[in-house]
Design a protein around this ligand. Structure first.
Ligand SMILES: Nc1ncnc2c1ncn2[C@@H]1O[C@H](COP(=O)(O)OP(=O)(O)OP(=O)(O)O)[C@@H](O)[C@H]1O
Length: 330
């Protein structure tokens, strides 16, 4: 459904008299098969939106090729646009228009008849918890309602491939869960392929068949959530003790343990089969008379994967919008 090879994009930034080039996407290869739900993860500024804008024909690649929904991105951008839905981070609804009318007009642009568009629109309103808002202007909706309307806009023409850029940002947990269910329903009932970015790792874990991690414009990891978590190498043991250095010494002796880290009274370490290792360790510490205040064994999460492959936690730092101007580099 999406096959990209060497997709790249450079931006030229002007700061005073100086012009610098930013390689936002640096030769991305990616494949998404029909019916898959694929999550595209990366720290702020990693190149997710730029990649998505290229794949949806909104931004010309500086280099590389791709076929999207069976059409060549470079030679048949109109064919690509006809076959996809795209929900951008910023959304696409005009604040003054009536929500329902806009939804129907949008579907009609894609050749859907008015009656079918209205029926489909009303169904989406019900499923996305927008009942009663058909006549409402987006400017009079809450942020979450507007976000759900953006999503309805991306789906109303029943595209076979949908790009969702941070679809659940700004939604409350209930609305997020509803949307997950909706996305899964699209796939199971219509075979829709979904390519989405998210900052919520629990979302990627629960929803996505496969996850791609991008950092500094390059794909640095890909696999199912389980494959990626297993690749981190072992469970994370955390122990707190007033005798942390001695605990660390014992932890280091566990079979297959990585070098433990000590932070105050906290010792952390990755070991294979954390539960069993913990039982052995606690017996050992007890026999040695070393008291322990707290213990935990945790399976790796996608955040651990993220930390391992990018050196950063996705929870680190806030979004820092880029204020500089754009200039495409040839
Ligand atoms: N229009 C532009 N002009 C100049 N630089 C840009 C432009 N758009 C993106 N960039 C730069 O390209 C890089 C990738 O940005 P992009 O928006 O693709 O990242 P992202 O992974 O989507 O980030 P976020 O999670 O913050 O949305 C960043 O360094 C960004 O500053």
């Amino acid at each position: 459904m999406i096959h990209a090879r060497g997709l790249s994009r450079t931006f030229r930034k002007k700061r005073g008299r100086q012009t610098t080039e930013v390689l936002a996407v640096a030769g991305v290869d990616l494949d998404v098969e029909a019916g898959e739900i694929v999550g595209f993860l990366g720290p702020n500024g990693a190149g997710k939106t730029t990649t998505m804008r290229m794949l949806t024909t909104l931004l010309a690649p500086t280099a590389g090729t791709a076929t999207v929904a069976g059409c060549d991105l470079l030679t048949d951008p109109v064919g690509v646009r006809r076959r996809i839905g795209y929900v951008s981070q910023a959304g696409s609804t005009a604040p003054e228009n009536r929500a329902g009318e806009e939804l129907v007009s949008h579907a009609r642009l894609y050749g859907v008849g008015t009656a079918e568009a209205t029926e489909r629109g009303k169904q989406l309103f019900a499923e996305l918890d927008l009942d009663g808002l058909w006549e409402r202007q987006p400017k009079a909706m809450s942020g979450g309602q507007r976000r759900r309307l953006d999503i309805a806009m991306g789906l109303v023409h029943v595209p076979g491939l949908v790009f969702l850029d941070e679809p659940t940002t700004g939604l409350d947990p209930q609305a997020r869960a509803n949307l997950w269910q909706h996305i899964e329903g699209l796939r199971s009932e219509r075979g829709t392929t979904v390519f989405l970015t998210t900052h919520y790792l629990d979302e990627a874990d629960a929803l996505c068949d496969r996850v791609l991690v991008i950092d500094k414009g390059t794909i640095v990891a890909s696999g199912t959530p389980d494959e990626l978590k297993s690749s981190v190498g072992g469970d994370l043991l955390t122990l707190t003790s007033p005798r942390a250095a001695e605990v660390a010494g014992r932890v280091a002796g566990l079979p297959g343990a990585e070098a433990p880290t000590v932070d105050g009274d906290r010792v952390t370490c990755r070991v294979p089969a954390g539960g069993a290792a913990l039982v052995t360790l606690l017996r050992d510490l007890d026999a040695a008379g070393i008291e322990v205040d707290g213990v935990e064994s945790r399976r790796p999460s996608l955040d651990d994967v993220f930390l391992t492959v990018t050196g950063r936690s996705l929870r680190d730092g806030e979004h820092q919008p880029d204020t500089e101007t754009e200039g495409a580099s040839a």
